[in-house]
Design a protein around this ligand. Structure first.
Ligand code: 8X3
Length: 808
């Protein structure tokens, strides 16, 4: 599992070797410079304040041109760095800096001088002003007790978990194409022209459009200034460099940073640098949960590559090296979450700035090209967990593409994940997109898809623990973890249910109650975000925002499609529990509800016989209609609820099954469940079978996924599906062909997403015992991959407990 040392990988490997050694550190510059600027601009329009803060950053922040790098720009000091976004949850900074260096999930180092800066210069300004505090104040007591623990830091209860307080925006994709074609200079000129045409008497033009346009201009100036400061530094380094080869590289870097992103890119190299500056500045602008994604890189970069190739300016290997230089840039920006919840949601320093490949053109034809294959090759030859690679698949995807995708999956790092045009495109059409917009979607999160100039909703979503809803049925509104406190509805004593239908109805009431509070959270979040955040850079790269002069964080952008999500957490855990109750209690009468509850309360200690009965009951993931029909009802009922209330809040709040690593912390609050799952262990993840519950092979998992979908409902979104294959099952040419056939079956069943770990459990166990020998072992988690040895023991164990498929 070592990076392959081909000639053109040496550079990226060397850079990576220098940065991987250290634990990531907190870099205070972004937080400090934003704080300084915000102190100066109180009372001004928010979008302008944000642009001024960006300009202050561009002027004052340290710039870096790293040794050996060809694609330059960092947001923090050398090594792996995390930035501070105090506007978000800076009220927790004092506490967080004490915990960060030693916490279990995603720890960070902090220099003592920087800790002093945080305590003295950053945190005091934000106390009482953060989004996190305002949100907590806005929630009524019933919603509050499902959201936060009643402690000072308002830590998560992992029941109805809002994620807005640890990220100002959901996963997002910019329209990079416009930067490459017009440059920020061109966008600035357009804003200036519109500013000159404003109606001097109009209140809207004066109060809304003017600050927006001024913010666009200032933001363009900021990124251009920042790029030029890189050019100055590269020139200076070139003058001091004794190696003529590196001196020439530095001069080329300087020329490139003088030109882009101000002007349209002229070459592949300039396009790459311009894209990197844009996404990095965007990371500095705001905290986008799970990061600004890269969009369809094989599409918008292809014209540059093709022209360079035809002119003899670039080879495939050189293009691959530039990609790898960008990958190691990305690997050094670490998405820093102050809260434990944020850390636990994104274990292994997760961020997945998805690169989308393949799929269809906006006209509906196959879109693969030479860059598609270079990107796949780069993932095979240069294993690194950033960025994520997402391959779009459709019914006319060429065999070569499917085979290369399968070969890349087999190389073992979990790349690429697959997204199915046959499911995604019709869904986007049903939401009101035009064909060309839907066909041109980019993958943006674990399993989410964006239409960069049509999507307008960026509010972070809620994660809802439906295994907790089940506990609330068992304990009449309570959860063992939270003692006597009544958290949910009091649906009656568990022992008193006379039929499965009554019990199921009680569960659906609890399910709807949690959905209700998720909607209340979202309603408040939408209102408050507009008062706390602005994103002038993000807005100037979104056509609808530009046209209407409205910041992307405002609740409504004319012409936009607003896609938000509610996460159905613990789907298989709930299905299997309900199936076991139905079968064993109400049909076969082998155990009573009283015995079942007692066994669960005791975490099955002394009740092993009952646990085995439960574990052998019908379960999701085995193509068993008994379990799958329950799953289908759960999904449909949740969708019906959201259809009704989405209309009221004006945003599609769609049901999705995409947990990242949060099924681990969510499981930590749920006691033993009637599927035989032990107390406080992980819940099932996404739309995968519960750990160890699937015993009918991988095709049965696909069929269960298929049979639990409600294709006639529009209120669904991504369904993440993890499948673990043993290396033997995909070995050799024959294995590749079998994997291709499996992918085709998945595609024809119109399933949303699938990803693979090709790994032996023995390897994972060895890595737990000897982490020092397995530092480069990359595993697939949930829509992203991470270094196995950087995960918590709980998550490592959970990965091992996923069933390993020996044969198709
Ligand atoms: C999950 C990403 O931001 O939609 O893949 O929660 S987000």
């Amino acid at each position: 599992n070592k990076p392959v040392k081909l000639e053109h990988h040496t550079r990226a490997n060397d850079i990576l070797a220098r940065v991987r050694a250290e634990k990531p550190h907190v870099d205070v510059e972004r937080g400090l410079l934003f704080t300084e600027s915000f102190k100066q601009t109180e009372g001004e329009p928010l979008v302008l304040r944000w642009a001024k803060a960006l300009y202050h950053y561009a002027e004052k922040a340290t710039v870096y041109v790293d040794k050996d790098q060809l694609i330059v720009g960092r947001g923090g000091g050398e090594g792996r760095y995390g930035l501070l976004y105090p506007e978000l949850d800076g009220d927790t900074l004092d506490l967080a800096i004490k915990k960060l260096p030693t916490r279990e999930s995603s720890p960070f180092d902090i220099d003592p001088e920087d800790a002093k800066t945080i305590i003295e210069d950053i945190a005091p300004y934000w106390k009482g002003k953060t989004f996190h505090e305002d949100l907590a104040k806005a929630l009524g007591p019933e919603t509050m007790k499902l959201t936060y623990n009643p402690d000072e830091a308002l830590t998560s209860r992992y029941v109805v978990n809002e994620t807005a307080s640890f990220r100002s925006s959901l996963q997002w994709v910019h329209d990079y194409d416009i930067v490459l074609k017009k440059g920020f200079g061109g966008l600035k000129a357009e804003a200036e022209a519109r500013l000159a045409e404003l109606d001097e008497f109009s209140p809207i033009d004066n109060c809304e459009k003017r600050p927006f346009l001024e913010a666009e201009i200032l933001t363009a100036d900021a990124i251009i200034l920042w790029a030029n400061r890189h050019a100055d530094l590269a020139e200076q380094q070139a003058g001091e460099e004794s190696d003529p080869k590196r001196a020439a590289e530095l001069r080329r870097i300087a020329e490139t940073c003088r030109w882009v992103p101000e002007h349209p890119a002229r070459t592949f190299y300039e396009a790459m640098q311009s894209q990197w500056f844009t996404q990095l500045f965007s990371r500095i602008e705001q905290k986008t949960g799970t990061i600004i994604s890269n969009g369809r890189m094989d599409q918008y970069l292809y014209p540059f590559y093709k022209a360079d190739k035809e002119a003899g300016r670039i080879t495939a290997d050189e293009a691959q090296e530039l990609f790898e230089c960008m990958w190691v840039d990305m690997a050094q920006y670490i998405d820093l979450y102050l809260s434990d919840a944020g850390g636990a949601f994104n274990e292994g320093y997760a961020h997945w700035e998805a690169v989308t490949i393949g799929g269809q053109t906006p006209e509906g034809y196959d879109a693969t090209n030479e860059l598609t294959y270079i990107l796949l090759k780069s993932k095979r030859e240069f294993p690194l967990n950033y960025p994520d690679l997402a391959a779009r698949i459709h019914t006319r995807s060429p065999k070569r593409y499917l085979r290369e995708v399968a070969r890349t999956i087999k190389s073992g790092e979990g790349f690429p994940k697959l997204l199915n045009d046959e499911d995604v495109v019709p869904l986007l059409l049903s939401k009101g997109a035009k064909f060309d917009e839907a066909l041109d979607y980019s993958v943006s999160g674990c399993a989410e898809c964006r239409m960069p100039n049509r999507d307008t909703y960026t509010s972070p979503n809620a994660y809802i623990n439906f295994a907790a809803a089940l506990e609330m049925v068992m304990y009449n509104g309570r959860m063992l973890k939270y003692g006597d406190e009544v958290l949910g509805l009091q649906t009656g004593e568990f022992e008193d249910f006379k039929s499965f239908d009554d019990l199921f109805a009680a569960f659906l009431k609890q399910q709807n109650n949690l959905l209700k509070h998720a909607f209340i959270q979202q309603h408040e979040i939408i209102r408050l975000r507009a008062e706390h955040f602005a994103t002038p850079l993000g807005s100037m790269l979104q056509k609808l925002c530009r046209d209407s002069c409205i910041d992307l964080h405002q609740p409504k952008i004319p012409g936009g499609i607003d896609l938000g999500y509610l996460e159905y957490m613990g789907y298989a855990t709930v299905i299997d529990s309900l199936a076991a109750i139905k079968k064993l209690v109400f049909e076969e009468h082998v155990i009573s509800l009283h015995e079942l509850k007692e066994a669960c309360e005791h975490n099955f200690e002394g009740y092993e016989v009952i646990r085995q009965l439960l574990k052998n009951a019908p379960a999701y993931g085995n193509d068993d209609p008994y379990a799958d029909e329950i799953g289908k009802i759960l999904d449909r009922t949740a969708q019906e609820f959201t259809a009704k209330y989405s209309e009221q809040i004006g945003v599609h709040m769609d049901i999705r099954l995409v947990p990242f690593t949060s099924h681990v912390p969510f499981g930590k609050v749920v006691s033993a469940t009637p599927d035989g799952r032990q107390a406080f262990t992980p819940l099932s993840d996404g739309s995968s079978a519960a750990q160890g519950a699937d015993h009918e092979g991988p095709t049965a998992i696909l069929l269960s996924n298929y049979l639990t979908k409600n294709f006639d409902h529009n209120e669904h979104a991504g369904r993440l599906l993890n499948i673990k294959l043993s290396p033997g099952c995909v070995a050799g040419k024959e294995g590749t062909e079998k994997l291709v056939e499996f992918i085709e079956t998945w595609r024809d069943l119109k399933l949303w997403h699938v990803q693979f770990n090709v790994m032996n459990n023995d390897t994972l166990r060895e890595a737990q015992k000897h982490p020092e020998l397995y530092r480069n072992l990359i595993v697939r988690i949930a829509g992203y991959s991470a270094f196995f040895t950087e995960l918590s023991k709980d998550l490592q164990d959970e990965l091992i407990s996923r069933n390993e498929q020996e044969a198709f």
